[in-house]
Design a protein around this ligand. Sequence first.
Ligand SMILES: C[S@@+](CC[C@H](N)C(=O)[O-])C[C@H]1O[C@@H](n2cnc3c(N)ncnc32)[C@H](O)[C@@H]1O
Length: 296
Amino acid sequence: MKEKTEVSGVPSRMAEGIAMQRFAETSKNKENRICSDPYAIHFIRPEIIEFGKNNPEEAKKLVEQMEQLLPGLSSSIIARVRYFDDYLKTCLKNGIKQLVILGAGYDTRAHRIEELKNKIEIYEVDHPSTQKFKMNVIEKLFGNDGSVKYVPIDFETQKIDEELPKYGYRSDLKTLFIMEGLSMYIPKSAVENTLSFIKTNSKKGSSIILDFYPESLTNGTNTEQIAINIREYLIKQGEPLKFGIEEKDVEQFLKSSGFNNITIVNSNKYKNLYFEGKNRDKSVCNLLYFVHADIE
Ligand SMILES: C[S@@+](CC[C@H](N)C(=O)[O-])C[C@H]1O[C@@H](n2cnc3c(N)ncnc32)[C@H](O)[C@@H]1O
């Protein structure tokens, strides 16, 4: 029987968890923040926000326990948000005309990145259960402004080539595809199918940015404590790991899927880029990688 990615009808807990990371980072002094998202708070269950407000010491302990369980992972996630923001801004300068955010969860870039607002077409693709919750929150915050086209897709059962074009996606425009915190939760066939769609249906000069875990983490052959903890934590959340790829194989994987100009960003690189001053001593998780590539 297929393992389910999400409990049917329930929004992704991991999408909420990532929003919590962005909220926590945004609560820091401006000079110490690596990324900022003023809207993240709206996607977190109110009882969690209330608990943090009323029990700051207990909340701090819970954060420390998470850091012990998954050392460096929250810093890697914060670096991911910042790196993907920076990459999007570079792509905007380079003239992309469409943005497709795959597994968008509670991504708020459409509303918080000034350079993006009302300038290009934005499509957000996500599992219907998470997307429905998100659309309600966004409508409360911004009204029905039509700045984003929402495309419900369950990658376990549906294919992007059959859905995205129905919503107006144009294959003749230079496009950036963001796949942040998604590849690890969907089967390899869904990752391959999505890459193949991008290769066949996007204009020369289009790009993709995604993150990934090594296959040895996702298939259980990495028996380091942190790898075991990540795997078990995600099973408990009901969102088990499904896809991984070793760093040494990524370039070939993307090349054979039709991509070029491939840049792999490991944890040393993103730590050096963003962790300065008060953040200098923070550890990051060397199991989380980013990669971007172009269609030429
Ligand atoms: C860890 S969250 C990341 C969300 C967002 N990209 C971010 O970085 O904040 C994973 C996202 O993948 C989506 N997802 C997981 N499995 C999926 C599937 N089978 N089909 C569509 N979306 C899926 C979830 O709905 C969720 O939004």
